[in-house]
Design a protein around this ligand. Structure first.
Ligand code: WAQ
Ligand code: MG
Length: 225
């Protein structure tokens, strides 16, 4: 298997990114798809696009995708998952600020203090593949989001993850906990580059090994509800 990654930017500011793990025979169509996705993007004109292909050498770990739910409010979910309102408020500041992070920001679920030291980059979940074994079709965007959320929540110290797309026209976000992926509609106004991912954790987490798991361990996510 091969890990294939894409990121594109304008004037060093993040525009789009994508990644998967695939068989050798699928690399060509994957990079074609990623070129279109990353180069022609509603977020702006691209002046840099990076494609990276790497052979996967470590064993792949397999996980079941979280179940998808709708009709919960963010406030209830935050409360149930043990994230404080102060932490949520700080998380929303990272989502709303001017910086377009490529990855996720990690905050203490109690105080909202930032714990990762990746500055304007963020922690990026990579080396994962999504396999849909169910009969219900999911859009590529939802497959990707569900895979990332499943990886992020696969740790006993993770309380929840809030995600809002930074794409101008996509306003549905989600809040994921180890117990489920909750879709949240109308999370932002259209035509805004506001967006990001915030991971709320217990601050006794071993951050280096968690980040290594997210960034380096090859992961396969099976959707089979
Ligand atoms: N790992 C960590 N963070 C990421 C990753 C990744 N692989 N990819 C994106 N991000 C961060 C980064 O800060 C982006 O700016 C932000 O998340 C949003 O990324 O069920 O499309 O790819 O309909 O714009 C949610 C789907 C879609 C909800 C989210 O995010 C639904 C989406 P985007
Ligand atoms: Mg985006």
């Amino acid at each position: 298997m091969y890990s294939v990654k894409m990121r594109s930017s304008q004037n060093t500011s993040h525009i789009s990114g994508a990644e998967t793990i695939c068989d050798m025979k699928d690399i060509e169509k994957t990079i074609q798809n990623y070129f279109k996705k990353g180069f022609f993007h509603e977020n702006g004109e691209v002046d840099f696009l990076n494609l990276k292909i790497e052979k996967v050498t470590q064993p792949i770990q397999t996980f079941n995708a979280l179940n998808i739910y709708e009709n919960h409010t963010l406030n209830t979910l935050i409360q149930q998952s043990g994230v404080s309102h102060a932490a949520l408020t700080k998380g929303r500041h990272y989502i709303q600020n001017e910086i377009n992070y490529r990855g996720a920001i990690i905050l203490c679920a109690k105080t909202g203090r930032r714990l990762d030291s990746t500055k304007e980059r963020g922690v990026r979940v990579t080396h994962f593949a999504f396999e849909n074994h169910s009969t219900s079709a999911l859009s590529e965007r939802v497959q990707d989001a569900l895979a990332i959320a499943t990886c992020i929540s696969h740790h006993s110290h993770v309380k929840g993850e809030l995600c809002i797309s930074d794409d101008l026209s996509y306003t549905t976000g989600y809040y994921a906990t180890p117990l489920g992926y909750h879709r949240l509609h109308h999370m932002k106004a259209t035509n805004s580059r506001e967006g990001g991912r915030i991971i709320f954790v217990d601050d006794s987490i071993h951050l280096d090994s968690y980040i290594a798991f997210l960034e380096k361990t090859p992961k396969r996510i099976i959707y089979n509800p």
